[in-house]
Design a protein around this ligand. Structure first.
Ligand SMILES: [Zn+2]
Length: 80
């Protein structure tokens, strides 16, 4: 199975379970959902499913290669 196929399936499964952004908690729809590497690949994050979380498009763009703790702290302070 190609990466793309199982990632799409994984995203669907996560959407059924809890369709919210893992960072800002915004409700996601099929058009706003993205799959984010929680620990960015640039920081050694893996391609495995435990490292792939749902994120809204905005968070995915803003987070980029930031570590997840740092990005969540930024959102908590309202700086994201
Ligand atoms: Zn978000």
């Amino acid at each position: 199975m190609s990466n793309e196929v199982w990632q799409r399936r994984h995203r669907k499964k996560l959407m059924r379970k809890n369709p919210h952004c893992s960072y800002c908690n915004r409700r996601l729809t099929a058009t706003t959902v993205t799959l984010d590497h929680e620990v960015p690949r640039a920081l050694g994050g893996s391609e495995m499913r435990h490292n792939l979380v749902l994120a809204c498009f905005d968070c995915n763009q803003r987070k980029a290669d930031m570590p997840p703790e740092k990005f969540r702290a930024m959102i908590a302070k309202g700086n994201a």
